[in-house]
Write a protein that binds this ligand. Structure first.
Ligand code: FES
Length: 82
């Protein structure tokens, strides 16, 4: 308890060009709808150096690859389920 979940979305040019802008919106909506904003530190990051497998999302110490605005919902549900 008490520790916030850190979610970093890659906003490097490759991931951004492949749809992370939409994924940002999907995450914002999810956090709002589920009242999770107080539990999550969500912010953008620079290129993680793994563009080939992007778009990349990092949740605490875990990296997710090929994230889009649809499969990110499953990731959030799994990571933030309490
Ligand atoms: S731009 Fe996202 S890993 Fe490089």
């Amino acid at each position: 308890m008490g520790e916030k979940t850190e979610i970093i979305i890659c906003l490097g040019s490759s991931c951004f060009a492949r749809g992370n802008k939409k994924t940002v919106q999907a995450i914002e909506s999810y956090l709002n709808e589920h009242n999770l904003k107080g539990r999550v530190y969500f912010h953008g990051g620079h290129c993680f150096g793994n563009c080939d497998s992007g778009p990349i999302l990092k949740v605490n110490d875990r990296f997710y690859e090929r994230v889009d605005s649809f499969n990110v919902i499953d990731i959030l549900a799994k990571e933030l389920d309490d």
